[in-house]
Design a protein around this ligand. Sequence first.
Ligand code: F0G
Length: 469
Amino acid sequence: MTDAAFLQCIQPSCSATFALDAPIYQCPTCGALLDVSYNWSRIAVPSRLADFEKRWASRHNTMDYSGVWRFRELLPFATDADLVTIGEGQTILQSADAAAMGLSLKRGNLHLQYEGMNPSGSFKDNGMTAAFTMARKLGKQRVGCASTGNTSASLAMYASLTRLSNGQPMRGVVFVGAGKIAFGKLSQALDYGALTLQIDGDFDACMARVREAADRIGLYLMNSINPFRLEGQKTIMYRVLEALRWEVPDWIVVPGGNLGNTSAFGKAWIELKQLGLVSRIPRLAVVNAAGANTLNELVNRRGVRWNGGNWDCDAVCNHYDEMTKQRRKASTIATAIEIARPVNLSKALRALDAMNGVVCEVTDDEILEEKALVGRHGFGCEPASAASVAGLRQLLANGTIDRDATVVCILTGHALKDPDATVKYHTGIDTKGVSVSPSASKPTGRNANLPIRVPDNIDEICKAIESAR
Ligand code: F0G
């Protein structure tokens, strides 16, 4: 299995290849990002997607139980014995008719992919199971990441569960911006025992530092610049397809931060098409927060395109230089996507090209409204995830997405990751754990659900219930 997989530079004019275990994250020849590539003719891929579904019948087998490794022939870089898995990817694609009506979309046409149902509460576990598989194969004792919270939670969880083949534990080291991540996520990193470095800087600063630390002390990088992470994240698309009875939807809508999902989804569909397992590729919509809108700025305002690998580096550098000169930092309530310099930019441009994709940006208020809509009609999600639904509303309104299209919005993280944002929306009060005193608050959201303060008196309590709408 393994000899059919290798690392490959994504730049078509270079396309240099390297052994899977080469200690690199970028092409040493030209500096471009790397893919995990496969010589498919040497891999026994099931001829029909439905064959993967049969594995539900053998769920006592750890690999079949995992929503990632159930599709192992589509990410065949490791042997079965190498896999680090805890049953990640048991996620739900929910048909969301009530939310669809709120968006004036046809009944049955809106699907929400709840990736928050993963063990650490976000889609990151799909990628971490793959990256940890590689880290253990390489015998890495220390793994690290920069994070807006979810990557650190997932890394910390897998590090606490993974032993090297010699029985040694793995050490997880996470770099987070001090005061920049939601408490739900910080609490996970602390609880799982990761060495947690709170850096006086934002995500972009953490990313730069963790890369330096990787070079200097050999910390194995688990951010999505690690191509093995993206192999695991491809499976989100396989599960969506599986849940839709292998019918390809018209649109996939995803929030964009470091652009790992965007990149992974593009690769998943390119490969499925190449393997003849699907006949068409859905369109992709990537949604930025307005306060962290690098991809939207580059694609829609500066015209940057993949262009066969010759994307306009100068336009990107100019934008980054301007941000530096103006000391402009990313800033949004959706802290998970508060990123100004996405490491996977080039792969994301490739994905947009392959999936005839579009990009848009949404305000924090729009994000919070749609988060409340999702919560009202389902399992809920964290703010960054709701950017996908807010983006969908915008793309329906401006006619980019047809009202009878089949749409899948990826809800990337669990509602409980950031309860402060939720309570603030509903009460108008920045609680930070302080008890809510609604009489003083004025929530302005359309879907706000203000708690009612009632004396400890049964008459008053019944009166409050009867008089509620
Ligand atoms: N949604 C959530 C909940 C996230 O945590 C992230 C990224 C994204 C969306 C964006 O995904 O990077 O693939 O475009 N969180 C990272 C972190 C950066 O450190 O947890 P992307």
